[in-house]
Design a protein around this ligand. Structure first.
Ligand SMILES: *[C@@H]1O[C@H](CO)[C@@H](O)[C@H](O)[C@H]1NC(C)=O
Ligand SMILES: *[C@@H]1O[C@H](CO)[C@@H](O)[C@H](O)[C@H]1NC(C)=O
Length: 225
């Protein structure tokens, strides 16, 4: 094996091993990068600029309040409280965040996805029916539902980007903690995104896309806008 071939192979191997294909949130280039909440700032590091480390304090890495439920979303029976980089500035660039969800009996965290994070939930109390949809590799017009009934102490994972839901099927309140491998996981609620967009998606796209009449589409827009 000549030297040139050896060096080329080494370079290709190094390139593949260093490929950023497996990175989600940026890897921090420093020990800490406490977010400065300045929406006017022109320079962003993974969404937020960093505070000078010598001015960082323990409180930049602290939040309280998950001992109580968040604000209820009217009509959904669901209350959510998320602690992301907006609440814990020390999370900046670290690729993790947490939240608490409370569901009344029959309360639903409706079909949604997190474009930047896998979600891992831990049930503290109550009984949940949860699930996510995996596109069918053989036919991408179909999907497989992975679902499960969960009880206190149970943990369930919703893979990054996949559509999922959580539903309280018990007869008392359900509470669970939810962790994300992103400081800013993103939330896309499927019905609201589609039927509540501004400006609205044209009627023809929705009537054909959902095989429904204009009246039915108008009704869905009214419910989800
Ligand atoms: C929740 O925790 C906060 C901060 O520690 C505290 O001030 C508050 O009293 C607690 N609330 C309840 C209902 O335990
Ligand atoms: C940072 O900005 C966000 C969005 O404007 C706001 O919701 C949040 O309360 C702010 N956080 C702090 C610590 O000031």
């Amino acid at each position: 094996m000549n030297m040139w071939w050896f060096i080329t192979t080494l370079a290709i191997t190094a390139f593949i091993c260093n490929s950023p294909a497996y990175a989600y949130d940026n890897n921090p280039l420093q020990d800490i990068c406490v977010a400065v909440n300045d929406s006017q700032a022109a320079v962003f590091v993974n969404g937020k600029i960093c505070k000078d480390p010598k001015f960082a304090t323990a409180n930049d890495f602290f939040a309280s309040g998950l001992n109580v439920s968040g604000t209820a979303v009217p009509g959904s029976g669901a209350a959510a409280k998320f602690l992301t980089v907006d609440n814990i500035p020390g999370l900046n660039t670290l690729g993790i965040s947490i939240g608490r969800i409370d569901l009344e009996p029959q309360g639903l965290a409706p079909l949604h996805t997190h474009p930047r994070a896998t979600e891992l939930i831990t049930v503290l109390e109550g009984t949940l029916y949860v699930g996510f949809l995996v596109p069918d590799r053989a036919n991408f017009f179909k999907s497989r539902l992975f679902s499960k009934i969960l009880y206190p102490g149970d943990v369930f994972v919703f893979p990054i980007g996949l559509i999922h839901f959580q539903f309280n099927v018990g007869n008392k309140k359900a509470t669970y903690l939810t962790a994300f491998n992103s400081q800013n996981p993103g939330f896309i609620f499927i019905p609201n995104s589609i039927f509540g967009s501004n400006p609205p998606i044209p009627d023809d796209v929705l009537t054909q896309g959902f095989q429904l009449s204009k009246t039915q589409i108008t009704e869905l827009r009214r419910k989800f806008s």
